[in-house]
Design a protein around this ligand. Structure first.
Ligand SMILES: Cc1cc2nc3c(=O)[nH]c(=O)nc-3n(C[C@H](O)[C@H](O)[C@H](O)COP(=O)(O)OP(=O)(O)OC[C@H]3O[C@@H](n4cnc5c(N)ncnc54)[C@H](O)[C@@H]3O)c2cc1C
Length: 517
């Protein structure tokens, strides 16, 4: 059936050769009773390509491509790199979902409403309920869809990937394990995102997706009514124009590699740089240029800021709290939390500390338990034979740190922590020199992604600053905000957001009435 559809589409596909369109025309339209001049944006005299739906970015954009193709639309995917997949192809392969067949196979009852409650609770008022709902209510179907494309999510690998069981959140939403792990290949890499992506790419190609590599979308083309007509791009050094009959989907990822945008919008500013140069915020800026509104721009995930070193090979380097005695202190030398909190809650507390300075303090006995120290963390480890010297070297208030350690040791020798009620193996005296201060908030960190972007509605349509839909313009994944807020809901949430919005955008863009110009 896919083949038949693809053939039908391929026979319909024709590229315009030299079709002329009015360039830069001016139009008179009435706004608030006054006549003003409205401009077409970037309309060329000649289009190079025509398609029903153009997708900017080939990561989660492939999910949009598959849906649009399945709805009978022609699809053209633009990818600025010489390789497909973006972050989606490099991720760990965890997908969040509620009410899935995988959960049922593991004997877990769940439903999307609980997921909505949980994500909204994590957002602390900063997410858009309609967007979260759209994602959550499609999440189980998307897991099935992925399985249909060849992905495998073993029920025994389901896990609580966020803070679902923390009392504050468990009181609001029934905690359920929703992290679905793509099965790893024997002898293959730990991060199984490439398997997810391989299946997406295969499905899109089989259905007839046309793909242009080394093609960077530069700007949108729009009519005088601000209706999107196409994309202006640079393909292998040559300027091209792509005309769309139905719509454009912005799927170009976040802005963690754009220093200017980070500085202007994002909380961590210039502290961290995202690992991927392609996360340059292009899609967001293209939407902004047509009046697209922004949301959650200061929101991001800096994983590894607030995560203590664990021995190489022991679980994920960002997930568990340290399994040895240590405390976290700020530059004043004071503790500020139970150090056993989950990574996502800890990251939120860490970023509120003065000058974003947080150190994990441990002694030689504890350090031996971290052997071998992962190479990336060695540069952040400061050592000294006294607590005072350690504090001076690290830039922590020495008198306060001595006091903090004395108070901690007085109780920890009895396995107690009256200050933050920590218990278990992480409680123990810090007394065996040399002492260590591990600078948790110093770069490099493990990963850093931005979560803000264009404001969209439940159909993944981009909204302008007045909340009005920008016609025929959709956005997904890192190009959007509104899915998350203060606390990242947990592993798998970003891919869940990307794939579900991708599918929604693909369906909706394909169902737009074809434009005749
Ligand atoms: C190491 C790591 C592991 C992760 N693991 C997980 C996980 O297991 N689960 C999870 O939920 N999340 C995970 N994430 C986050 C998740 O991978 C991303 O949030 C998600 O893949 C983003 O999808 P996207 O489609 O928005 O962007 P991407 O997948 O990055 O796709 C964007 C694409 O657009 C292209 N592009 C950019 N600008 C242009 C332009 N102007 N013209 C044309 N193309 C352009 C880029 O080159 C890129 O290919 C992980 C992130 C990292 C860094």
């Amino acid at each position: 059936m896919h083949k038949e559809k693809a053939q039908r589409r391929l026979s319909r596909r024709e590229f315009l050769k030299g079709a002329a369109a009015g360039a830069g025309a001016l139009a008179l339209v009435g706004v608030a009773g006054k006549k003003v001049q409205a401009h077409e944006v970037n309309v060329p005299t000649r289009w190079d390509f025509e398609t029903d739906v153009a997708i900017v970015g080939s990561g989660g954009g492939m999910a949009a491509a598959i849906e649009a193709l399945d709805a009978g639309a022609e699809v053209l995917v633009l990818e600025k790199m010489n390789k497909l997949g973006g972050e989606t192809s490099m991720c760990a392969g965890v997908v969040y979902g509620a009410g899935t067949s995988v959960q049922r196979a593991a004997g877990i009852e769940d439903n999307p409403e609980e997921m909505v409650k949980y994500w909204m609770a994590c957002a602390h008022g900063q997410a858009e309920a309609e967007v979260v709902k759209a994602i959550a209510y499609k999440s189980a179907e998307t897991i099935e869809w992925l399985i249909g494309l060849g992905c495998e999510f073993p029920p025994e690998e389901l896990y609580f990937s966020g803070v679902e069981r923390e009392p504050e959140y468990a009181a609001i939403a029934t905690p359920r394990p929703r992290g679905h792990h793509q099965k790893k290949e024997a002898g293959g890499p730990i991060f199984a995102g490439y398997i997810l992506y391989r299946n997406l790419e295969k499905a899109a190609r089989e259905r007839g997706a046309r793909i242009l590599l080394e093609t960077r979308a530069l700007e949108l083309v729009a009519s005088e009514k601000n209706e999107v007509l196409g994309v202006k791009a640079e393909s292998k050094g040559k300027g091209i124009f792509i005309r769309v009959k139905r719509g454009v989907i912005l799927a170009a990822g976040g802005f963690s590699a754009n220093p200017d945008m980070r500085k202007r919008y994002e909380w961590y500013g210039e502290r961290f740089v995202g690992p991927f140069s392609f996360d340059s915020g292009d899609g967001i800026q293209m939407g902004q240029a047509l009046g697209g509104d922004l949301i959650n721009m200061n929101n991001s995930g800096a994983y590894g800021a607030g995560a203590a070193p664990v021995p190489a090979g022991e679980k994920s380097p960002i997930s568990p709290a340290p399994r040895y005695p240590s405390i976290y202190v700020n530059k004043r030398g004071s503790r500020f939390a139970n150090e056993d909190l989950s990574t996502y809650l800890m990251a939120d507390l860490v970023r509120r500390q003065e000058d974003f300075m947080v150190f994990q303090v441990l002694d030689e006995d504890a350090r031996k338990k971290v052997e071998p120290i992962p190479p990336a963390t060695k540069s952040k480890l400061i050592s000294a034979f006294t607590i005072r010297e350690l504090a001076e070297k690290a830039g922590i208030d020495p008198a306060r740190l001595e006091e903090t350690i004395q108070r901690w040791n007085a109780h920890a020798t009895e396995g107690k922590d009256p200050e933050f009620e920590k218990s278990g193996v992480t409680v123990g005296p810090i007394q065996e020199p040399p002492f260590y201060a591990y600078h948790l908030t110093a770069p490099p960190i493990l990963s850093y992604s931005t979560f803000g972007g264009l404001r969209i509605n439940a159909k993944a349509q981009v909204l302008d600053v007045k909340g009005k839909v920008i016609r025929r313009l959709y956005a997904i994944g890192g190009n959007t905000g509104g899915g998350f807020g203060r606390i990242y809901p947990g592993g798998g949430s970003a891919i869940c957001r990307t794939l579900n919005l991708g599918r929604i955008a693909g369906e909706n863009a394909a169902s737009e009435k074809a434009m005749v110009r």
